[in-house]
Design a protein around this ligand. Structure first.
Ligand code: ADP
Length: 783
C-alpha cells in the first residue's frame, strides 16, 4: 500500500492528444489547437465544466492518432481562455489540475472521450523526514541546474523554495526544466510524490552532468578561439611594427622565393618536404633572429646540391685511349687496365664493380689519370684528399646545432661537382686515420658501398643524398695502412716511379708545354734542351714521380716570364750552365767517383710511401755487456730483423772470424741515418747483418753495392716487395751492383732495360752469398 495515498476519483472527460508538449499539474500554459477532433473536444469541455484531459502523443509527427498513439497518463486541465485565431486554429490557455490515468477510451469520434482515474493525495499532509530529505535533494539539484543553465532566472528558485507540498514541488520544477518528452512522461507517471521526487532527482542529476560537460566543451572551444584570435592579433601587431620600422616585407618574400626554387628542383619528396618545412619556419622568425642565418644556410645548401643534374655518359673506348695517351707518357699497363675497366662499365652499365685504387709514389700521375678518366667519360671531376682526416664529421658533417656547421666533405664536394654523377677521387686513402671522434673509415665504407650509398645521410643535411651514380676512384701511396675492409673493396692498379729517361720524356712532352702555357709563354719565348732537363732531374730532384720536376720547370718558366716582361727580351735560353741562375745552386750532387768501401757501413734499399730510397746502415761495436742499441727512424719490424741478424751471426762466429763472445763483451750500436719518413719492414735484414759482420770482422763493405732482403735466423734470404722502386732509387744514386733475394727473380721483368744496363744484379739465396758479394777481402796484414 502506498502510504501517501488517500483516495481516487473516476470521471468521464474529453481527451486531447498533444504534440511535443507535456503538461504538469499547477502549470499554466497556452497552446494552439487545430485538429478537428481536438477542437470538438474543446467545445464539448466548454459546454460542461471546462475540464479536458491532456496527454502527450508518443510520436509528435502522427496526425491522426489512435488510442495506442498517446500515453495513458496525462493531466486534467481547466480551460482558462480560448482565442480564435485566423483559420481554424484556437489558442487555449489551460491550467494543470491533477494527473490522471486513462481507464477506458469511451469514444474516438467526433472527439476522444475517456474515463480517467485521478489519485488524490493529501496535500496538507505534513511530509515525513524521508520526504523532507528527498525534497531538499531535489531542491539542491534544481539549484545546480539553474546555475548551470542560462535559460532560467534565479528568481524562480525563491518561488519554488516556498512550495511545501512534495508532489507539487516535483511538478513545478518539472515544468521549468527542459527535458526529453520521455523523461517528462516518466515524472508525470509517478503518482506517488516520493517516487516522483526520486524520479526527478535521477533525471536532474543526469541533466546537470550533461550541462556541465556542455559547459566544459564550450569553454574549451572558447579558449581555442581565444588563442587563435590572440595569435592573429599579435601577428597583425608584428606586421604593423615591422611596417613602422620599414621592414614591411618581413621574410615572406624571401621564403616564397626559397619555396619556389625548391619546388623547381626534382628532389626526393622527403627532402622537399623537409626543406619546405624549414622555409616555413623561417617565415615565422623575426628577421633579426640569429636562427634565420642557420636556416638560410641550410636552404642554400639544399638548393645548390645537384639533386637532378647529371652529365650524359659518353664512353667511347677509342676516345678514352686517346685521352689517356694525350695526357700521359708511358704507363702502358696502367692505361690498358683502365680501358678494360671502362669497357666493362660500358657493357654492364648497372654492374657495381670494385673501386679502382691507383697506388704509387707521389707525382707519378695518379690524380691526373683520374682526371683523364673523368674527361673520357664526359663526367665532372672532384677530388677530396683524405690525408689527415680523423674526424668522422669531416666526412659526414656536423649537426646543425653546432655553430657554423656545414655539411661534410662528401656533400661539399658534390655541390662543387654540380652533377650527381661525377668521377669522385678519394686521394690518399692510406692516410686516413681514426681517433676518438669516430671512425672515418667506416663512414667511407658506407659511401663506397653501392648497396648503401644511395641513401647517404649527412648530419647537417639530415636527409639522404643519392651517391649511387658517382664513380668513385681512390689513390694511395702504399697499401700497408689502408684499413682492411676498405682494401677488400678495391681493385689495385700499381703505378711505379719513373726512370730518369722517362722523366726526361715526360718533361719534354708534357710538363714543359703545360707550364709554358700556364705562364703565358710560347715556344719562341723559351726552349729547354734535353740536357737542361736532364740536369734539372739529376741536380734538383730526387723523387720517384715528377712533381718536384714539374715545380722546378714552373720555377724556370716564372723567372723567364719575368725576364721577358722586364727586359723586353724576345726569347730566353736556359741551358745547363745558366740553370743555377734560375733554380739556385744544385740541391743534389751525384759523385761520379766510386763510393769508398767502409767497415761497418752498408747500403740498403728501402721502399717507403714516397717510392724507393737508399738507406745507409752504420754499425759501431764497442766494449760493453752485449747491449744492442738501435737509433734513427726505425720501426719495430726493423728492430726485430736486426735481432734476427745478430742471432745468425752468433751461430756463425767461427766461419765469420768473429769473437764468439761478442754478444757478452761488446755493445753494438746500429744507426740508420737520414730520411724523414720512418722506414719499416724486414727488407733491411741482410743489410744490417752485413754491416754488423763488417764491423765485427773489420772487413769493409763494397761502396758501390746496395742490397735488400729479409734474413732468417739461419741466414736464409727471403723475398721482399717493391723491387722496381728500390732498383730505380739505386739507379738514381748511381749504384753499380744490387743484391736481390733469389725469390725475387720473377720481378726482374719489371725493371726497365735501361736500368738493367746500368746495374749489375745478383740474386742471392743466403747470407754467405751476400757476404761473398759485399765484403771486400782485404789483404790480411795482421799476421
Ligand atoms: P699523383 O697524383 O700520383 O701524386 P699527379 O697526378 O699529381 O701525381 O702528377 C703530378 C704531375 O705530374 C701532374 O702534372 C701530372 O700531369 C704529371 N704527370 C705524372 N705522370 C705523368 C705521365 N706519365 N705523363 C705525363 N704527365 C705526368
Amino acid at each position: 500500500m502506498d502510504k501517501y495515498k488517500t483516495k481516487s476519483n473516476k470521471r468521464t472527460i474529453p481527451l486531447i492528444p498533444l504534440r511535443g508538449l507535456s503538461i504538469f499539474p499547477y502549470m499554466v500554459i497556452h497552446f494552439d489547437v487545430g485538429r478537428d477532433k481536438s477542437v470538438n473536444a474543446l467545445e464539448e469541455a466548454m459546454v460542461n465544466d471546462s475540464l479536458v484531459f491532456l496527454t502527450s502523443q508518443k510520436q509528435a509527427k502522427i496526425d491522426m492518432p489512435t488510442e495506442d498513439d498517446f500515453y495513458e497518463v496525462g493531466t486534467i486541465c481547466k480551460i482558462k481562455q480560448m482565442l480564435k485565431l485566423p483559420g481554424d486554429t484556437i489558442r487555449v490557455l489551460v491550467e494543470g489540475i491533477n494527473r490522471a490515468k486513462v481507464r477506458e477510451i469511451l469514444q474516438d469520434e467526433p472527439f476522444f472521450e475517456a474515463e480517467v482515474e485521478e489519485l488524490i493525495y493529501e496535500a496538507e499532509m505534513e511530509p515525513d523526514k524521508e520526504m523532507k530529505a528527498m525534497m531538499r535533494i531535489v531542491m539542491d539539484d534544481f539549484d545546480k541546474y539553474v546555475s548551470s543553465t542560462e535559460n532560467l532566472s534565479s528568481d524562480i528558485l525563491v518561488s519554488v523554495s516556498e512550495i511545501k507540498e512534495p508532489g507539487r514541488l516535483a511538478d513545478v520544477i518539472s515544468s521549468y526544466i527542459q527535458l526529453e518528452p520521455e523523461s517528462k512522461q516518466k515524472i508525470l507517471e509517478a503518482f506517488n510524490p516520493y517516487k516522483r521526487l526520486e524520479t526527478l532527482h535521477i533525471i536532474l542529476e543526469e541533466e546537470i552532468e550533461v550541462l556541465e560537460i556542455e559547459e566544459e566543451i564550450s569553454s574549451r572551444v572558447k579558449d581555442q578561439i581565444n588563442r587563435v584570435q590572440k595569435e592573429y592579433y599579435l601577428k597583425e601587431q608584428i606586421k604593423a611594427i615591422q611596417k613602422e620600422l620599414g621592414q614591411e616585407e618581413g621574410l615572406d618574400a624571401e621564403v616564397d622565393e626559397y619555396i619556389e626554387k625548391i619546388e623547381e628542383i626534382d628532389m626526393p619528396e622527403e627532402v622537399k618536404e623537409k626543406s619546405i618545412k624549414e622555409a616555413e619556419r623561417l617565415r615565422r622568425l623575426s628577421p633579426s633572429s640569429a636562427e634565420t642565418g642557420i636556416i638560410r644556410n641550410y636552404l642554400e645548401w639544399v638548393i645548390e646540391l645537384p639533386w637532378d643534374t647529371e652529365t650524359k655518359d659518353k664512353l667511347d673506348i677509342k676516345k678514352a685511349r686517346k685521352i689517356l695517351d694525350d695526357d700521359h707518357y708511358g704507363l702502358k699497363d696502367v692505361k690498358e687496365r683502365i680501358l678494360e675497366y671502362l669497357a666493362i662499365r660500358k657493357l654492364a652499365k648497372n654492374m657495381k664493380g670494385p673501386i679502382l685504387c691507383l697506388v704509387g709514389p707521389p707525382g707519378v700521375g695518379k690524380t691526373s689519370i683520374a682526371k683523364s678518366i673523368a674527361r673520357s667519360m664526359n663526367r665532372k671531376f672532384v677530388r677530396m684528399s683524405l690525408g689527415g682526416v680523423r674526424d668522422e664529421a669531416e666526412i659526414r658533417g656536423h649537426r646543425r646545432t653546432y655553430v657554423g656547421a656545414i655539411p661534410g666533405r662528401i656533400i661539399s664536394s658534390m655541390k662543387k661537382a654540380k652533377s650527381r654523377n661525377p668521377v669522385f677521387l678519394f686521394d690518399e686513402i692510406d692516410k686516413l686515420s681514426s681517433d676518438f671522434r669516430g671512425d672515418p673509415a667506416s663512414a667511407l665504407l658506407e659511401v663506397l658501398d653501392p648497396e648503401q650509398n644511395n641513401t647517404f645521410t649527412d648530419n647537417f643535411l639530415e636527409v639522404p643524398f643519392d651517391l649511387s651514380k658517382v664513380l668513385f676512384l681512390t689513390t694511395a701511396n702504399s697499401l700497408n695502412t689502408i684499413p682492411r675492409p676498405l682494401l677488400d673493396r678495391m681493385e689495385i692498379i700499381r703505378i711505379s716511379g719513373y726512370t730518369e729517361d722517362e722523366k726526361k720524356e715526360i718533361a719534354k712532352k708534357y710538363l714543359v708545354s703545360k707550364q709554358r702555357k700556364e705562364h703565358g709563354l710560347t715556344e719562341d719565348n723559351i726552349s729547354l734542351s734535353d740536357n737542361t732537363l736532364k740536369a734539372i732531374i739529376e741536380n734538383y730532384t730526387r723523387e720517384a714521380g715528377v712533381r718536384e720536376l714539374e715545380r722546378n720547370i714552373a720555377n724556370v718558366m716564372r723567372k723567364v716570364a719575368k725576364k721577358i716582361v722586364e727586359e723586353k727580351a724576345k726569347s730566353v735560353k736556359v741551358n745547363t750552365r745558366t740553370l743555377s741562375k734560375y733554380l739556385g745552386p744544385a740541391k743534389y750532387m751525384r759523385s761520379e767517383e766510386k763510393t769508398s768501401d767502409q767497415i761497418g757501413l752498408a747500403t740498403g734499399l728501402a721502399w717507403t710511401s714516397v717510392g724507393g730510397e737508399t738507406l745507409s746502415i752504420e754499425v759501431t761495436p764497442m766494449p760493453g755487456k752485449g747491449k744492442l742499441q738501435l737509433t734513427g727512424k726505425l720501426g719495430d719490424v726493423m728492430k726485430e730483423s736486426a735481432m734476427a741478424g745478430i742471432s745468425y751471426i752468433r751461430s756463425k762466429t767461427n766461419e765469420l772470424g768473429i769473437d764468439k763472445d761478442f754478444h757478452t763483451n761488446m755493445d753494438i750500436h746500429i744507426h740508420v741515418p737520414e730520411g724523414a719518413i720512418p722506414k719499416d719492414g724486414p727488407s733491411a735484414g741482410i743489410t744490417m747483418a752485413t754491416a754488423v759482420i763488417s764491423a765485427l770482422s773489420k772487413k769493409p763493405v763494397s761502396g758501390d753495392i746496395a742490397m735488400t732482403g729479409e734474413i732468417t735466423l739461419r741466414g736464409r734470404v727471403l723475398p721482399i716487395g717493391g723491387v722496381k722502386e728500390k732498383v730505380l732509387a739505386a739507379n738514381r744514386l748511381g749504384i753499380k751492383k744490387v743484391l736481390l733475394p733469389w725469390d725475387n727473380k720473377k720481378d726482374f721483368d719489371e725493371i726497365p732495360d735501361k736500368v738493367k744496363k746500368n746495374i749489375e744484379f745478383e740474386f742471392v739465396k743466403n747470407m754467405d752469398e751476400v757476404l761473398e758479394h759485399s765484403l771486400v777481402e782485404v789483404q790480411s796484414n795482421d799476421n
